[in-house]
Design a protein around this ligand. Structure first.
Ligand SMILES: Cc1ncc(COP(=O)(O)O)c(C=O)c1O
Length: 404
């Protein structure tokens, strides 16, 4: 049934469907037609939630933890989050500094909705996860993309940050390890941004640490609030259990920062979803408090896949990529394919042309770089079985051979 003169809000008009969601949708359509599509668009570990977490959730349900809870997290979950920040990041928080919601995404949404007014700017290094700009726009603010360079490892330089800041800048988004580039900031690289942030007291920073534990080659993890305690009064650190513990479907994320902001976020969440699922909160507490060896074991699997995948991608004519230092994505330059002609007679002009062609002709579903703010690239997720990654690279190589 069609809608009868439904007038949608301007807020909805500002909210796009992400490139990865579009790629996933089109690949589902092709699959429904019987086409063997390889989809490497997913942003979630292909592992199961650890068994002890599932047991803790089952126990919680049996014990009657099936009711409403405190809006932004039970005391037990907040205690587990506080202990995690202390143990892993050396950060000290109290319960009033901590907020739990239905995923890191809801936490980011709450932060931006609670703080942005029309005209307020959010500085987003490009490439970055597409949701930052969309949530900023939805919240009424303006996304200011700042391109980074492959020769800088896709990391924001202090001069570029300085040039992007205006009196209306309210937030800087930092995400390390990064989706989609796999860039990882060392403590020294974060430290280089600190003098700029000190010069501009109106600028707050969101440190999105969701891929903290998907970190390769023995690198040490660094986060801004720990590197620059003098900025902690205007840093909000976001994390969650989705990527670390393969718990994307449980919808549990958290963040910590100044209490005034946390209170405002709880006011918002009280008028939307209220508390995150009581069962997921019990599960997340068990994940954070429990044994962590499985996290390291899975990270080693991701690293082995990365090595095999990067070697194969580098061998495909016309493609180029950096070796990601964390997260489970490779950001692949397809500049060498632009201007080339497909067997179907189309000249590839943009990365959107490239991914559309790969989906229709090679049955490979990949999100294009434009959505992440930096072209011409596409993103390959290696949160997938090794055999599937190999088949995908064979299809890429075969596709490259058909270009003239
Ligand atoms: C960079 C980044 N931050 C945050 C999230 C949010 O994850 P979740 O809402 O599952 O906690 C994602 C998920 O893809 C992400 O890629």
């Amino acid at each position: 049934m069609g809608a009868d003169r439904l007038l949608l809000s301007s807020r909805i008009a500002r909210t796009r469907i992400s490139a990865s969601a579009l790629a996933a949708q089109r690949s589902r359509e092709l699959r429904a037609q019987g086409v063997d599509v390889i989809e490497l668009a997913q942003g979630e570990p292909d592992f199961n939630t650890p068994e002890h977490v599932i047991e803790a959730a089952t126990r919680a349900m049996r014990e009657g933890q099936t009711h409403y809870t405190q809006v932004d997290g039970t005391p037990a979950l907040k205690a587990a989050i506080i202990a995690k920040f202390k143990r892993e990041n050396g950060l000290e928080f109290k319960p009033e500094n901590v907020s739990a919601g239905a995923g890191g995404k809801q936490i980011l949404h709450n932060v931006l909705m609670a703080t942005l007014d029309p005209g307020d700017e959010v500085v987003i290094p490009a490439p970055s996860w597409v949701a930052y700009a969309d949530i900023a726009h939805y919240a009424g603010g303006t996304a200011v993309w700042v391109p980074t360079r492959p020769e800088d490892g896709f990391k924001l330089r202090a001069e570029a940050l300085e040039a992007a800041i205006t009196p209306r800048t309210k937030w800087l988004m930092l995400n390390s390890p990064s989706n989609p580039s796999g860039a990882v900031y060392s403590a020294a690289e974060l430290g280089a941004l600190v003098p700029v942030l000190e010069r501009h007291p109106q600028v707050w920073t969101i440190s999105d640490d969701i891929y903290e534990h998907v970190l390769f080659d023995g690198r040490a993890f660094a986060t801004l609030a720990a590197v620059a305690p003098q900025l902690a009064g205007r840093v909000f650190t976001v994390n969650g259990v989705s990527k670390t513990y393969a718990m994307t479907g449980w919808r549990l994320g958290f963040g910590a920062g100044p209490a005034e902001l946390v209170r405002a976020m709880a006011r918002l969440q009280a008028q939307s979803s209220l508390n995150p699922s009581s069962v997921s909160q019990a599960a997340a507490a068990a994940a954070l408090n429990g044994p962590q060896d499985i996290v390291r074991e899975r990270c080693a699997i991701f690293q082995a896949r990365r090595d095999a995948l990067v070697a194969r991608l580098k061998a495909v004519p016309g493609l180029a990529c950096e070796r990601p230092h964390g997260a489970f994505y490779v950001y692949v330059s397809c500049a060498g394919w632009l201007g080339r002609k497909t067997p179907q007679g189309k000249v590839l002009g943009t990365d959107a042309d490239v991914t559309a062609w790969l989906l229709e002709a090679a049955h490979l579903a990949l999100p294009n770089g434009a959505g992440y703010g930096l072209s011409p690239y596409f993103r390959v997720s290696f949160a997938a079985e090794q055999a599937q990654l190999e088949r995908a690279c064979e299809r890429l190589a075969a596709a490259a051979r058909t270009l003239s």
